[in-house]
Write a protein that binds this ligand. Structure first.
Ligand SMILES: Cc1ncc(COP(=O)(O)O)c(C=O)c1O
Length: 452
C-alpha cells in the first residue's frame, strides 16, 4: 500500500491506495497480487474494450516510432484524417458522412468546445446575442470551469459559482424522483417541455444551445430519459433555433447497447461531445462532432474555430482511437453490451429485495442502483453518512470496483452506485459481479443494523 498524503496529490486524503500492477480483460491486479473486477470501467465508464488489448499499444508504438509530435499549425497527420473519416462513417442519423470532427484531449474539453462551437456558429451567422447554453440539474458535463458551470451537480459546482456566469438549468428526466411528482406517461413529459419555458424566459434570441447526456452518468447513476423525451427536446430546439448538443462522453461507441446513446430515441443532435470510449483509456483523446452545415458556416466566413490546445489530435492518440473503434466494431461489442448488459439489468433487479435499495436502472452495460432508507417514501440517507462511498469501499475490499455517486435529491442527498464493466464482459462474469454485490449488500445492511 502507498502511504497517503505524500507528494503526489491523489483524489482522497483518507484512502490507502493500493498500487495497480497490471490489468487484463475485466480484471486489475495490485502489487500485492490481489485481483479486482473493473466493475465501473475505470473511474468511470471508460474501459470499454477491456484491459491488455495488445493491438492498441502496438498501433501507438508504431505511430510513436514514425513521429510522436509535430507542429500542428502547419502540418496535418494522416491518422487524424483517417480517424475523422472513420467516425463520420458511424455518426448517427443524418450526421453520417455529413459532419466534421474536431479532436480534443478530455471529455471536459469536448463539452466546453461543443459549447464554443455553438456560440461561434451563431456569431458567424450574425446572431451575436445567442450565447446561453441551457443544461439540466443532476447532470455532469466535466470539471473545467465552463463545463462545471453547465453541470448540474451541486456539490462539484457550488464552490466555483462565483467564478462563472451561471446559465439556466431545467429539471432532469428522472422518473424515479419525478421533479413534478407525476408518473410517466400521464406526465406528458413536463421535464422535456420545461426546455420551452427556459428558452422563452431567457429569450430565444439569446439561447445558443441545450446540452444533455442521453443516459445520465455519474449524477444519476445510469438514468435514461423515458421514451419520447429527446424527440420533444429536438422539436423544441428546432422551433426556437437552438442547437442540440448531446454529451456522449460516457455513452458513445456502444456503451448503452447502441453505437450512440442518443440513438435510443431516434433523434439526431447537431453537435456531439465524446471522449472516454474513443480510446477506452489507452490514451487521452476526445472529440466534438458537429453537423457539416455548422462547420461550413465558419468556413464560409473564413473563420477558424476559436478553440484548441497544444496536444489536440496527437498522432499517437489518433492511432489509439482508430484501433479502439475498429476493435469495438470487429468484436461486435455494441451487441455484447446490449445483450449482456440486458442480462446485468435483469440480475440487478434482485437487489430490490434489500430494504435499502429503492431503484435499479440502466441501458446496455451502464447500470446503477439507488439507496433509500424507506422504499415507500424514497427517503434518502443523510449526506454525511456517505452511504455510496461506504458501499463502494465494501465492494472494493471484496474485489469489485464500483463507482459511488450522490446528489439525486436536490444535488446533495441521494446515494447511488454506477456499474459499467467493460463491454467484453460475459454473463459468467456478470454472475461473479452479482455475487459480490449481494455479499456487499448483506455486509452493508448488517453494518447499518449494528449502528442503529
Ligand atoms: C457525461 C460526461 N461528460 C463530460 C465528462 C468529463 O470528462 P473528463 O473527465 O474526461 O474531462 C464526464 C466525466 O465523467 C462525463 O461523464
Amino acid at each position: 500500500m502507498s502511504k497517503p498524503n505524500e507528494v503526489a496529490v491523489q483524489r482522497r486524503w483518507d484512502w490507502e491506495y493500493p498500487i495497480i500492477a497490471r490489468a487484463d480483460g475485466i480484471y486489475l491486479w495490485d502489487t500485492e497480487g490481489r485481483r479486482y473486477i473493473d466493475g465501473s470501467g475505470g473511474s468511470s465508464v471508460v474501459t470499454g474494450i477491456g484491459h491488455g488489448v495488445k493491438e492498441i499499444p502496438a498501433a501507438m508504438a508504431k505511430q510513436a516510432e514514425e513521429y510522436s509530435f509535430y507542429p500542428a499549425h502547419v502540418f496535418s497527420n494522416a491518422k487524424l484524417l483517417e480517424l475523422a473519416d472513420l467516425m463520420a462513417d458511424i455518426a448517427p442519423g443524418d450526421l453520417r458522412n455529413n459532419c466534421k470532427i474536431w479532436m480534443t484531449v478530455t471529455g471536459s474539453e469536448s463539452t466546453d468546445d461543443a459549447a464554443r462551437l455553438a456560440r461561434q456558429y451563431w456569431v458567424e451567422r450574425g446572431e451575436v446575442s445567442k450565447h446561453i447554453i441551457i443544461s439540466r440539474w443532476q447532470a455532469f458535463h466535466g470539471d473545467n470551469i465552463f463545463s462545471v458551470s453547465m453541470s448540474g451537480l451541486t456539490t462539484r459546482r457550488r464552490m466555483y459559482t462565483p467564478m462563472f456566469r451561471d446559465m439556466p438549468k431545467i429539471p432532469p428526466a428522472f422518473c424515479y424522483r419525478c421533479p413534478y411528482e407525476k408518473t410517466f406517461p400521464s406526465c406528458k413529459l413536463l421535464c422535456a417541455r420545461a426546455l420551452e419555458d427556459a428558452i422563452c424566459q431567457a429569450g430565444p434570441e439569446n439561447v445558443a444551445a441545450f446540452i444533455a447526456e442521453p443516459v445520465v452518468g455519474s449524477a444519476l447513476a445510469a438514468y435514461a430519459a423515458p421514451e419520447g423525451y429527446f424527440q420533444i427536446i429536438r422539436e423544441i430546439c428546432d422551433r426556437y433555433d437552438v442547437l442540440l448538443i448531446v454529451d456522449e462522453v460516457m455513452t458513445a461507441l456502444g456503451r448503452t447497447g447502441k453505437m450512440w446513446g442518443v440513438e435510443h430515441w431516434n433523434v439526431t443532435p447537431d453537435i456531439m461531445a465524446m471522449s472516454k470510449s474513443m480510446t477506452c483509456g489507452y490514451y487521452p483523446v476526445g472529440a466534438v462532432l458537429g453537423r457539416n452545415s455548422i462547420w461550413e458556416t465558419l468556413r464560409q466566413n473564413d473563420a477558424h474555430f476559436r478553440a484548441g490546445h497544444t496536444l489536440n489530435a496527437s498522432a499517437v492518440g489518433m492511432a489509439a482511437a482508430i484501433e479502439t473503434i475498429k476493435y469495438i466494431q470487429n468484436h461486435d461489442l455494441v451487441e455484447n453490451a446490449r445483450v449482456v448488459g440486458g442480462y446485468f439489468l435483469e440480475q440487478l433487479q434482485g437487489l430490490l429485495a434489500y430494504d435499502t435499495i429503492g431503484d435499479v436502472r440502466g441501458k446496455g452495460m451502464m447500470v446503477g442502483f439507488e439507496f433509500v432508507t424507506d422504499k415507500r417514501t424514497k427517503e434518502p440517507f443523510l449526506p454525511q453518512q456517505q452511504v455510496s462511498r461506504l458501499f463502494s469501499e465494501i465492494t472494493f475490499r471484496r474485489g469489485l470496483v464500483s463507482y459511488p455517486c450522490a446528489g439525486t435529491v436536490r444535488g446533495v442527498a441521494g446515494d447511488t452506485i454506477l456499474m459499467a464493466p467493460p463491454l467484453i464482459t460475459t454473463r459468467e462474469q456478470i454472475d461473479e459481479i452479482m455475487t459480490i454485490l449481494h455479499a456487499s449488500m448483506q455486509e452493508f445492511e448488517a453494518g447499518l443494523s449494528r449502528n442503529s
